[in-house]
Design a protein around this ligand. Structure first.
Ligand code: PAP
Length: 334
């Protein structure tokens, strides 16, 4: 006698069935993908051209099925260590500037990473964001090419940073959060891996280029910011950010110096000095537990000069020239 499986009866059990199916697909997929050395975990896998850890691969499969964006959502996208913490603070405080005054601001008591969800670390069953105030904000490090079109049709803010500073920042961060059971990644090894594209969400160049090209095609939908420009002229960049998010500063707000207040509150010096950012940990779903202080290191442009030989600098610059030629994109400080 043929016994058919019991049909799912509730919406929840149907979703659980889908979830279990995706988990099996994921297990199978991992057996087939090229493997490389990880910085924070032991292995990265090459999934559709990008190096990701196994959790992040599973999550993109789950997001494709379970995450339901709304047209008004705004996503902050970045390659790791390009200024996400800073941008989270700026986007949150710009959008919510009518809710808080500077003496008792939310950011004085909460780490910027906690201000809105990091999509990549969501885990099943996903949080119900349906009733979050609009526009809902989400952060992601996923390359644009891996995101479903229902997400890429929303507005994006992308922040890009000099790859040489990204490499230094990422290596320091990886040293902090890599399991002590694994052999540490020496800087020279990290450099080679980075140049070969093998680091979380890498290759760096393909990540940046996918958002850059999309920003040229749809400037109204993608605001492409540079860490170095933000350091040089934060007030100008925050004005752009506010207008892009549909909340331009009014003349009255400008007269009261509201832009400058936000810039000051979100500065590296201010945020890194707050008790809330010096102590405690931030839980990134099941992905990682990070000490809040590890999101703040130096916050400078050009720290690479303290680590890279002339030859190393030239190698990275050559890759950037090659990858970005004809795109019009120049990375790093001018
Ligand atoms: P993430 O990818 O883990 O989210 P992300 O915030 O993008 O990290 O990058 C961290 C970098 O931004 C650190 O750079 P560094 O290692 O070169 O110092 C961190 O210091 C820097 N950073 C954090 N907050 C700010 C800020 N308010 N202004 C400028 N830079 C900042």
């Amino acid at each position: 006698m043929l016994i058919s499986p019991t049909p799912p009866t509730t919406q929840e059990s149907k979703e659980d069935t889908q979830h279990n199916k995706i988990c099996k697909e994921h297990e199978h997929l991992l057996q087939t993908l090229p493997k490389g050395n990880g910085w924070m975990v032991q292995h990265l896998y090459n999934y559709n051209g990008f190096w990701l850890n196994s959790y992040i691969i599973k999550n993109i499969l789950l997001l494709n099925t379970f995450f339901k964006p709304q047209p008004s959502d705004i996503f902050l996208a970045s390659f790791m260590k390009s200024g996400t913490t800073w941008l989270k603070a700026l986007m949150f405080s710009t959008l919510n500037r009518h809710r808080y005054n500077s003496s008792d601001h939310h950011l004085l008591h909460h780490n910027p990473q906690s201000t809105f969800p990091y999509l990549d670390s969501e885990c099943y069953p996903f949080t119900d964001f349906t009733n979050a105030p609009s526009p809902r904000l989400f952060a992601t490090h996923y390359p644009r090419l891996l995101l479903p079109s229902c997400i890429t049709s929303c507005k994006f803010v992308y922040v890009c940073r000099d790859p040489k500073d990204v490499l230094i920042s990422k290596w320091h961060f990886a040293c902090k959060i890599r399991s002590k059971d694994l052999k540490p990644v020496a800087f020279e090894e990290a450099f080679e891996l980075f140049c070969d594209g093998v680091s979380d969400y890498g290759p760096y160049w393909d990540h940046v280029l996918s958002y850059w090209k999309a920003s040229l095609e749809s400037p109204d939908m993608i605001l492409f910011l540079k860490y170095e420009e933000m350091k040089k002229q934060p007030v100008v960049e925050v004005r752009k950010l506010a207008a892009f998010m549909g909340k331009p500063f009014t003349v009255e707000e400008e007269e009261k110096g509201e832009v400058e207040k936000i810039v000051e509150l979100c500065s590296f010096e201010k945020l890194s000095g707050l008790e809330v950012n010096k102590n405690g940990v931030e839980k990134l779903g099941k992905l990682a537990v990070v000490e809040r202080g590890d999101f703040f290191r130096k916050g400078e442009v050009g720290d690479w000069k303290n680590y890279l030989s002339e030859e190393m600098k030239e190698r990275i610059d050559r890759i950037s020239d090659e990858k970005f030629k004809d795109s019009g994109l120049i990375v790093g400080a001018n």
